[in-house]
Write a new protein. Structure first.
Ligand SMILES: C[S@@+](CC[C@H](N)C(=O)[O-])C[C@H]1O[C@@H](n2cnc3c(N)ncnc32)[C@H](O)[C@@H]1O
Length: 349
């Protein structure tokens, strides 16, 4: 048999794709085991390899390579024989840090499971998840926003005089309630109410207690229930109904005249331009069931309006759109970059 000519395209072109994919998997698992074994808690203080491996009960050589990998990705520093957390790990990976992101990272394991059994996932053979959010998702959202988006959002909102003049604020689908907790710290005269599903509010109350806040909770399903009164302000962040005209109408009806409706949302636009967007959209559809209210594009739901349609609808209802702020953050639950918009609309009639 004749040996074929060398192919016209080098195999390295393919191998590079495989390498980078597989290295991502290795790094994710190193990060996961490091969190599970509390390596970043231990490395808050300097340790030699032997000190660390004996504390963790890990083989010395394997521990060496894990540490060297963490060093290469910038999560550990090395001075002489001593390893210690880098600043990045110290802020975000130490379990007692107020910016700890352990839940954000470990929550990705569930998504990893869907990818690891892609044959089953593509056939829809998954444990059918309800659309309701589970307690750990609330923790993930809280951890995520506290690392910057919360402060950025609150700084923007407090620039509006209407916020300082408000006596009541409804945090629609407020989840953890961190936004309300922060608003009421800045303006103690404002009564904040977190509206969410009853089972979620159990978690909300834990955050209210932790931050010694007087924020109140209102149980309800925004698709079925009204918002239990009228408010001077309605705030909503990544609310699954945040692009839905019926929910916008309910917000309008529950807002006092001259009140602000602040709505922070991901509005899909020019989707699928990058590989990351395609992967996100594919993953979003892994759990898009017949009865689910999810739309076909990430973070979208059935009946959603496009950004322009939503703005037009707000005006039709009787809002003046005062500002649109762009908020760009990486999102842990859904992956990669999301380009979010925060609409500030005032009820003028
Ligand atoms: C992505 S989380 C956003 C949480 C928080 N506002 C934030 O931005 O971090 C979406 C929230 O919507 C709530 N939610 C979903 N469907 C709901 C419904 N039908 N009625 C009330 N709340 C709902 C969830 O329980 C969850 O707390």
């Amino acid at each position: 048999m004749i040996i074929p000519e060398k192919p016209e395209i080098p195999y390295e072109n393919l191998q590079m794709i495989i390498e980078s994919a597989f290295n991502g998997l290795k790094i994710f698992n190193i990060l996961k085991i490091s969190l599970e074994m509390k390596i970043f808690d231990t490395l808050s203080h300097e340790h030699t390899l032997t000190e660390l491996s004996s504390k963790l009960g890990m083989d010395n050589l394997l521990c060496f390579y894990i540490l060297e990998a963490l060093l290469k990705i910038g999560l550990v520093d090395k001075t002489g024989d001593f390893y210690q957390n880098s600043k990045l790990a110290e802020i975000y990976l130490k379990s007692d840090s107020e910016y700890n992101r352990t839940n954000c990272i470990l929550s990705l394991e569930e998504n990893a499971g869907l990818w690891n059994s892609l044959d089953q996932t593509l056939q829809g053979n998954l444990e059918r998840k309800e659309e309701a959010f589970f307690p750990n998702i609330i923790q993930v959202m809280a951890e995520d926003c506290i690392a910057g988006e919360l402060q950025e959002t609150v700084n923007l909102v407090e620039k509006y005089t209407e916020f300082h003049d408000s006596k009541s604020l409804l945090d629609l689908a407020g989840g953890h309630g961190m936004y309300s907790i922060a608003f009421s710290k800045i303006n103690p005269d404002i009564e904040c109410y977190v509206f969410d599903l009853p089972e979620v509010l159990v978690e909300t109350r834990k955050y209210i207690k932790k931050y010694e806040s007087n924020v109140k909770t209102v149980p309800g399903n925004f698709y079925k229930d009204d918002f239990a009164g009228t408010y001077d302000m309605i705030f909503s962040s990544y609310n699954p109904g945040g692009k839905n005209p019926d929910i916008a109408k309910k917000a309008y009806e529950s807002l006092n005249l001259n009140g602000l409706f602040v709505n922070k949302q991901y509005f899909p636009e020019n989707e699928n331009k990058t590989l990351e967007e395609v992967l996100d959209n594919l993953e979003w559809n892994f759990t898009n069931f017949e009865k689910s209210l999810k739309g076909e594009t990430r973070y979208s739901f059935k009946g959603d309006l496009s950004f322009q349609e939503y703005l037009d609808y707000l005006k039709e209802l009787g809002f003046e759109v005062i500002d649109v702020h762009h908020i760009d953050h990486l999102n842990p639950s859904f992956g990669t970059v999301s380009r979010n918009k925060m609409i500030i609309a005032k009820k003028v009639r």
